[in-house]
Structure formats: C-alpha cells, structure tokens
Design a protein around this ligand. Structure first.
Ligand SMILES: NC(=O)C1=CN([C@@H]2O[C@H](COP(=O)(O)OP(=O)(O)OC[C@H]3O[C@@H](n4cnc5c(N)ncnc54)[C@H](O)[C@@H]3O)[C@@H](O)[C@H]2O)C=CC1
Ligand SMILES: [Mg+2]
Length: 340
C-alpha cells in the first residue's frame, strides 16, 4: 500500500514574506490579468523582457554577470520606431508577473525584426533558453522560462482546433477565445512526475540516449489522462525499470520549459531492498542503474564535466542545479548523511 504524501520542507516564501504585501500583489496581478483596461495601463509603466524567435535577450555586465534586462515600454516603442516598425506592436506584449513593487512584467517577441539590429540598440544578445538557464541566477531563470512558455503558447494557438477560425487573445494574454465556437483556450502545461527511487542505501538513476554522454537523472514520465500523480509515478517506475514502488514522499515542483511546458512534480520513492533487480525498458531508456552515496556525492560536485577531444563528457554526472532532478538527488544525499 502506498503511503500518503507528506511535505518534506517549508519553502522560503512561507516564512520570509509579509502576507499583506503578497496578497495585495497577487490581487493586483489578477486584476491586470483579467481586465483589459487595467492591463493596458499597467503596460505603460511596466517592464518588458525581449525575445527573438523565443530566445531571451541577456546583457553582460562589466563584472561578467549575465542579467535579464527589463526595458521600459517607452524604450521598446523607441526601438521599434528607430527600426522603422509600428510602435503599437508593443501592445502584443504578454503579461508574465509583477515585481514586489507591483510593476507589471511582460514578454515581447521581436522575431519579425532583424536580430542584430535589436541587439545593438539594446546592448545585449539573444541567447538560446537552455544557455540562458545556465547564465542567469536566482529568480530570473524561472521568469524567463515563463515568458518564453507564454509566447510559445500564443504562437502555436492562433486557431481554434474545433472551427479552424483565428482565436483572439485578451490584453494580458492569459487566454484566447474563438468567437465562432465560443471556446476559450488557456495556456497549458503537461503534468510530469519525476522520482528518485531509493532502496535505502542506493538511488536509481537512468539516462535516455538523447542525454549528453555520462549524464544520469531521476526517472520521469508524463501523467496519463485520468491518473493521479501517485498512479503515474508507480506506473512509470514499473514500465521503465520493472520495479514496484512501496512509498512516496512529495518534495517540490517546477515549471520545465523544455521541449514544451511541463509541470514537474518531484518525489522520493522507496522500493523493497530485497526486490531491486532492474529491467530497463530499452525503448524509453538507454540505461538505468543503482548508484552509491559516494558516486552521487562525487557527481554533485561536478559543475562542468571534463570532456574528451570530441567535446563529450568523460565521467558520470547529474543534471545542473536549475533542474529539479538535481534537487532530488541533493536531498537524497543529505538524507543519507543524516542516517549515517
Ligand atoms: N527538470 C528536470 O530535472 C527533468 C525534466 N525532465 C523532463 O520530463 C519530461 C518527461 O520525461 P520523459 O522521460 O521524456 O517522459 P516519458 O517517460 O513519459 O516518455 C516520453 C514519451 O511519452 C509520450 N507522451 C505522453 N504524454 C506526452 C506529452 N504530454 N508530451 C510529450 N510526450 C508525451 C511520448 O510518446 C513521449 O515520447 C521531459 O520533457 C523531460 O524534459 C526529465 C528529467 C529531468
Ligand atoms: Mg521517462
């Protein structure tokens, strides 16, 4: 019988933020998300993050740190005018979030304009999102991923799947409507469960053939329609490695933008230490095996794996810290320490 979920940790925001300011910020955000007039007004004094064909604009500071430049709306209008474009295009910006000072944050894709010209005017570079994840710090990486996910969703949901007619967005971009069928479409994420399985002493990691050489990660899989997260977790582990999970503990969650928006729910799970034989589904995984605490600890210290002359990593390593898999592996290693 599976054990019920249990929250393992208390997120920082639960203790560090004043609830009054958080509540007013969320109510303000909700208003500009729902009301077109309020959103137009917020855009006038808001911040805009630029993208070019979904690659975010980053700026390198004099000290070599990469930042996500937040442009003012009037600056973006000026850039558009300088490049001979209609400044009204800025109204296509999509609401992402708002700052602690209640300033709205938007994303805007200038993909129709020549990349180098925008880069020069903005003193920045458009960088592939995977690379941007490596370069940015703190809350900027999830913010840039969210902005890209929303832009991508709008770019691929311009037509109603029932009537084939164009869909119209509201001002914030939180929905699109087909006025012909009356269907409202909302940006969506696919739920994925990611799990670090342990037999009490070792943890189970796997790799797909598409992963960079030497990299092993926690096992993951998309939830099927109608499944609970626990059912999806149990099924994926049975399918991919032929093991039966005995207990589950919820850890945390993450929006994952690659290749499209997934909602990653991360858990720890255990199997019976007498039933640890792994039979890998070779369609899904190239390999899966048990790793000792020592091996995992060593892998966690690797920031950039050493590479051979073909540029391929030569050692066992795990996903970088921005990936939720890294957090699960780190948590497991910490727990093993506490036990010993
Ligand atoms: N952030 C992190 O630390 C990690 C994230 N991931 C992400 O988890 C996701 C799921 O992992 P996989 O092992 O690939 O899943 P998986 O084990 O469910 O296998 C993928 C297959 O599932 C099917 N599928 C069912 N529903 C799908 C949907 N909504 N979208 C796409 N394919 C669907 C497709 O046939 C696809 O080939 C991937 O997108 C991967 O990028 C995986 C490992 C670490
Ligand atoms: Mg999988």
């Amino acid at each position: 019988m599976l054990q019920p979920l249990r929250i393992l940790f208390r997120p920082k925001w639960m203790v560090s933020r004043s609830s009054a300011s958080y509540v007013s910020r969320m109510r303000h955000l909700n208003k500009i998300k729902e009301e077109d007039e309020a959103c137009r007004a917020a855009l006038q004094s808001g911040n805009i993050f630029l993208y070019h064909k979904l690659a975010p604009l980053l700026r390198r500071t004099d000290s070599g740190i990469y930042q996500l430049p937040a442009l003012q709306t009037k600056d973006v209008e000026e850039i558009l005018e300088k490049l001979g474009e209609d400044k009204e295009m800025v109204k296509e910006s999509i609401l992402i979030n708002c700052t602690e000072q209640n300033e709205a944050q938007f994303s805007f894709d200038v993909g129709a304009i020549e990349q180098a010209a925008v880069e020069e005017l903005c003193r920045g570079t458009f960088v592939d999102l995977r690379k941007a994840f490596f370069l940015l710090r703190g809350s900027e990486a999830p913010l840039v991923a969210r902005g890209q996910a929303l832009l991508r969703w709008h770019q691929t949901n311009g037509f109603c799947s029932s009537t084939g007619q164009p869909t119209q967005r509201n001002q914030s971009g939180s929905q699109r409507v087909c006025h012909s069928s009356g269907i409202t479409y909302y940006p969506k994420m696919s739920p994925v469960v990611i799990v670090l399985v342990s037999d009490g002493k070792r943890c189970l990691l796997g790799r797909q053939s598409t992963f960079p050489r030497g990299m092993y990660s926690a096992l993951a899989g998309f939830c099927d329609i109608g499944e609970t997260m626990e059912e999806a977790l149990r099924r994926e582990i049975a399918e991919e490695v032929g093991l039966e999970v005995e207990s589950i503990q919820y850890s945390c969650s993450q929006h994952w933008p690659f290749p499209q928006s997934s909602f990653m729910v991360a858990c720890h799970a255990t199997v019976n230490p007498d039933k640890t034989h792994v039979s890998v589904d070779k369609v899904e995984l190239e390999d899966a095996r048990w790793f000792s605490l020592e091996e995992v600890q060593e892998a966690l210290t690797i920031k950039a794996p050493p590479r051979n002359n073909k540029g391929e990593p030569t050692v066992f390593w795990v996903p970088p810290s921005y990936a939720i898999a890294n957090r699960l592996i780190q948590e497991w290693a910490n727990q093993q320490h506490l036990k010993s």
